[in-house]
Design a protein around this ligand. Structure first.
Ligand code: PGA
Length: 259
């Protein structure tokens, strides 16, 4: 772990704004009783929940930043159903997940759109969490390293240096997302090493490298202790305050020991 741990909860298309309020309040109670000391925490609710979740984070002064799951790279205009970076900024969003595999696979988000989205996010001064990861067929063909390296190069190649501090990367193999089958610590270490090597060619500094894919309260400690990781992007387990907090504390404890 080379930088402060970072854990992002991706709520995906779950929780209406009333349910989102409840979860944020529960999270607030747990974090007040048992604060995290070293870990940066972000939650990324659905767009329609951002306002209400953000107001609780502010009112309760919770040490949790607001994230969005996606954004359209255009500034404004005829893009029915889409949301712009400036709209997110007005709601206090500081982080945006870019190129999640569900956007790439189910909503035809191409590498070009991923690169444009990442640029739109960082130009506005927001943090971009770039998601990369291979499908099972790619891993079975033993092409996962070159596939992930190409995703990184395509999204980050030529990015102006002043934006480099705003980039984090989440390695999320598609076969581990929402399946209950997480990548092993060895697989994660191998891929985080590959990601760090490619990032060293592309970016100044050492951007946080996260893992995502069936991370839960039980496996987070082992994964973060035995892999070279800076934190997690968490889906399903971020929908329960207890499991999300357990993951936060696994990272926090690991950082305190390794430091
Ligand atoms: P999961 O999702 O934790 O439910 O596997 C991770 C993600 O898609 O970011």
């Amino acid at each position: 772990m080379s930088v402060r741990p970072l854990v992002i909860g991706n709520w995906k298309m779950n929780l209406d704004f009333v349910e989102a309020l409840h979860l944020t309040q529960q999270l607030g109670v747990l974090l007040k009783n048992h604060p995290v000391e070293h870990t940066d925490v972000v939650i990324a609710p659905p767009f329609v929940d951002l306002r209400s979740v953000g107001s609780i984070l502010d009112a309760e002064r919770l040490p949790v930043a607001l994230g969005a799951q996606h954004v359209n790279p255009q500034e404004n205009g005829a893009h029915t159903g889409e949301v712009s970076v400036s709209m997110l900024q007005r709601l206090g969003v500081e982080w945006v997940i870019v190129g999640h595999s569900e956007r790439r696979t189910n909503y035809a988000m191409s590498d070009e759109v991923v690169a444009a989205t990442l640029r739109a996010v960082v130009r506005a001064g927001l943090h971009a969490v770039l998601c990369v990861g291979e499908a099972l067929s790619v891993r079975e063909a033993d092409e996962h390293e070159s596939f992930v390296a190409a995703q990184l190069r395509s999204a980050l190649g030529g990015l102006e240096e002043r934006f480099h501090p705003l980039v984090s990367v989440a390695y999320e193999p598609l076969w581990a997302i929402g399946t209950g089958v997480n990548a092993t610590a060895e697989q994660v270490s191998q891929m985080s090493g590959l990601v760090r090597g490619v990032l060293a060619e592309l970016l100044a500094g050492a951007p946080p490298v996260l893992y995502g894919g069936s991370v839960n309260a039980e496996n987070a400690g082992t994964l973060v202790r035995s892999s070279d990781l800076d934190g997690f992007l968490v889906g399903g387990a971020s929908l329960k305050a207890e499991s999300f907090c357990a993951i936060l504390h696994a990272c926090d404890d690991c950082y305190a020991i390794k430091r």
